[in-house]
Write a protein that binds this ligand. Structure first.
Ligand SMILES: Nc1ncnc2c1ncn2[C@@H]1O[C@H](COP(=O)(O)OP(=O)(O)OP(=O)(O)O)[C@@H](O)[C@H]1O
Ligand SMILES: [Mg+2]
Length: 194
């Protein structure tokens, strides 16, 4: 296996050697090919997806969706991270943190918070926990889309209409996340609807 293909760098999870061993396809030669294999897997998984709010607020479904998005590419798809990464909380605390997050989201919904506020806050908390060895950003954005739809809003556009190249778009997204890390969700909300 070639390690150059593995995701590294700003805002990406650096995979440990053990997690990198979980790569299933043997034909991937570049990072671009890995990304394409993951995209095919995700597109397949999403054909079957329209979860209800009760499913989305069940932490076992949260793992199940990650599994179905990445199971053709990674052996650890759908299982929580067991190693420290450059982003995210202590792996021992992940399962409790995810359960607390789905419980909190139920409270936000029951107390009448706007659907977009609920979904974007959920997204930020989830990617900050960084529950999985990789794929947290993509899983978290799709989860927010599903959540928004299930509670009466629509999928987000995540900067698509800004007309930027991928790297610039990513820089904007990461900047909005870092502002959200300091407790202000406005920029992330704006970005998600741009
Ligand atoms: N400062 C931060 N605070 C919260 N979340 C962050 C921060 N920096 C990065 N992230 C999240 O981590 C994600 C990258 O993690 P990971 O590589 O597991 O996801 P991915 O789906 O493979 O990547 P990508 O989002 O680039 O497609 C980012 O997309 C973002 O959601
Ligand atoms: Mg990644």
């Amino acid at each position: 296996m070639t390690f150059e293909i593995l995701p590294i760098g700003d805002g990406h999870t650096a995979l440990s050697d053990e997690d990198a061993e979980g790569l299933i396809p043997t034909y991937l030669a570049t990072r671009g090919e890995l990304f394409e294999a993951e995209q095919r897997n995700i597109a397949d998984a999403l054909l079957r997806v329209a979860p209800t709010i009760d499913r989305l607020l069940d932490d076992s479904y949260l793992r199940k969706l990650h599994r179905s998005m990445f199971d053709q590419v990674w052996r650890w798809a759908g299982t929580y991270r067991v190693r420290e990464t450059n982003i995210g909380i202590d792996p021992k605390e992940i399962s409790t943190a995810v359960r607390n997050l789905v419980d909190d989201a139920r409270t936000w919904i029951d107390s009448g918070e706007f659907p977009d506020d609920v979904a974007v806050r959920f997204h930020h908390r989830l990617v900050s926990i960084h529950a999985f060895p990789n794929g947290n950003g993509r899983h978290g954005r799709i989860y927010a889309d599903c959540l928004a739809q299930a509670i009466g809003s629509t999928s987000f556009t995540w900067g698509y209409h800004l007309g930027m190249e991928t790297e610039e778009l990513r820089a904007w997204y990461l900047r909005a996340l870092r502002i959200a890390d300091r407790g202000n969700l406005e920029d992330l909300l704006l970005f998600a609807r741009s």
